[in-house]
Write a protein that binds this ligand. Structure first.
Ligand code: BV8
Length: 225
């Protein structure tokens, strides 16, 4: 029974039309991270942050999975119970492409979170500042995404998978954000073979035993099949 752990980043959704963060016209070039992806930024200007995520939620709602998402779903189907997909992405394109049990370590655009009582529910298409929480009525509703300085979700589970990995592949991530960027070293320490599949070398390319470069929707199907 092999254990295959896959980490994905914004690059796997790029060909579905969703913006990445650090490419030339990436999201972080238009919105300072500290203003829209930190709890402090949300406290300072909730309307700006809600607008940032409303725009991305609307874009994600019409995006379609691409051949890379579908290739990963095929990999899971061909290796039942052996393939765990951990994504940094907050879109739902892995699920739309047929993947199961995806671990969204940075949360999900389609979910809302109450800062007061931690209630979570399916987010409305447009989330206005001051929206009352359906559970406690406090006007402290935010997108259920993990901001900088906040603990990513399900890390214990992820590190347990990494500790048993025979194969670890990172797809479409620049390797700039931790703890995700450190997963390759965890997997390598467990004896896993490590592969980077990306448009270009990431910041952590030297940590990988094998690299394949090119657009995810063309290199992924070859790699899976
Ligand atoms: C944590 C929100 C610990 C949702 C995101 C000081 C203070 C506090 C923390 C820190 C600090 N210094 C460092 C840290 C840690 C910090 C961090 O790593 N900072 C970096 C910038 C140095 N990390 C954190 O804060 C994390 N939490 O450490 O908690 C803790 C411990 C105890 C108690 C409490 C806390 C939380 C990190 C999560 C932040 N949230 N997003 C959202 O808006 O989406 S991160 C953001 O970057 C996105 O989520 C994205 O997923 C993530 C990573 O980016 P990538 O996915 O890699 O995207 P990127 O654009 O960078 O790269 C795209 C790649 O694709 C490129 O390489 C490109 O070449 C490639 N590509 C493009 N097109 C294609 C392609 N590849 C293939 N095919 C194509 N077609």
């Amino acid at each position: 029974m092999d254990k295959i752990v896959i980490l994905t980043g914004a690059g796997i959704s790029a060909e579905s039309g969703l913006g990445t963060f650090r490419d030339k016209d990436g999201l972080w070039t238009r919105y300072p991270i500290e203003d829209v992806a930190t709890p402090e930024g949300f406290a300072r200007n909730p309307a700006l942050v809600q607008d940032f995520y409303n725009q991305r939620r609307a874009q994600a709602a019409t995006a379609q999975p691409n051949a890379a998402h579908r290739a990963l779903a095929r990999l899971q189907a061909e290796h039942p119970g052996e393939v765990v997909i951990v994504t940094q992405n907050v879109d739902a394109l892995h699920e739309a492409g047929g993947a199961k049990g995806v671990i969204h370590m940075h949360g999900e655009l389609a979910r809302a979170l109450c800062n007061a009582c931690a209630h979570r529910w399916d987010a409305p298409e447009v989330m206005a500042p001051g929206t009352p929480c359906p559970a406690c009525a406090a006007p402290t509703v935010r997108p259920d995404v993990v901001w900088f300085g906040e603990m990513p979700y399900r890390m214990d589970e992820v590190f347990a998978h990494l500790g048993q990995a025979d194969l670890f592949a990172a797809i479409g991530t620049s390797g700039n954000v931790y703890p995700a960027a450190g997963f390759v070293q965890e997997a390598a320490m467990a004896g896993a073979h490590t592969v980077e599949l990306n448009l270009e070398p990431s910041s952590t390319v030297s940590d990988f035993a094998e690299t394949r470069f090119g657009p995810a929707s063309s290199i992924m199907p070859d790699w899976v099949d």
